[in-house]
Design a protein around this ligand. Sequence first.
Ligand SMILES: NC(=O)c1ccc[n+]([C@@H]2O[C@H](COP(=O)([O-])OP(=O)(O)OC[C@H]3O[C@@H](n4cnc5c(N)ncnc54)[C@H](OP(=O)(O)O)[C@@H]3O)[C@@H](O)[C@H]2O)c1
Length: 173
Amino acid sequence: MKVIQQNAISVDGYIAGPNHDISWTSIESWEDFINLTNETGNLVLGRVTYGLMQSAGELEHFKKIQVVALTTNDQLVEKKDNIIVTNKSPKETLKLLKEKGHKKVLIGGGGRLNASFLEAGLIDEIYLNVHPLVLTQGTPLYTVYKNNKLDLKLLNTKKLSTQVTQFHYKVIK
Ligand SMILES: NC(=O)c1ccc[n+]([C@@H]2O[C@H](COP(=O)([O-])OP(=O)(O)OC[C@H]3O[C@@H](n4cnc5c(N)ncnc54)[C@H](OP(=O)(O)O)[C@@H]3O)[C@@H](O)[C@H]2O)c1
């Protein structure tokens, strides 16, 4: 099973500005994200990102894929249509998706979810869509990543638009 992570980031490594501001992210990056979800057939989110997408009506785009949101709050756990809100660990979540026949899994953020999968050594490849701005504050790509440094290998770069470049990395394990 291959686990990939994709995020739109600022030059200084934030995935959202203060107050969850993602107004700076591009349509090309969003389309790239949609394409990846179609490829994997699933999307794993942190509870905060899941709630924000729900409020914004964005989950409508993902009705045909399996959406899994992670939480530590037992009271939020539910299964409804294509959505599972679970208190499982990152490892158990991947096992669940494997049992459902998924061969590739997309980790879609936010920063805390990204960090918990990376810390557990579960991310194989990372796609970063770098946007031309410096945010200086907000949500980092990995919020509270506790392990030692991690080496990556650059697999590819791709221009998504004149302003946005995608860096595709493999995690060296
Ligand atoms: N630019 C991009 O590509 C992009 C993509 C996604 C999100 N974002 C932005 O990122 C921000 C949200 O990021 P965030 O770091 O604040 O929140 P997040 O990662 O979306 O959600 C954090 C919550 O997820 C749950 N969680 C995370 N890891 C878990 C684990 N291992 N086990 C169980 N539960 C786990 C916990 O929920 P409980 O508190 O319920 O226990 C935790 O509080 C938003 O502003 C969003 O717009 C940007």
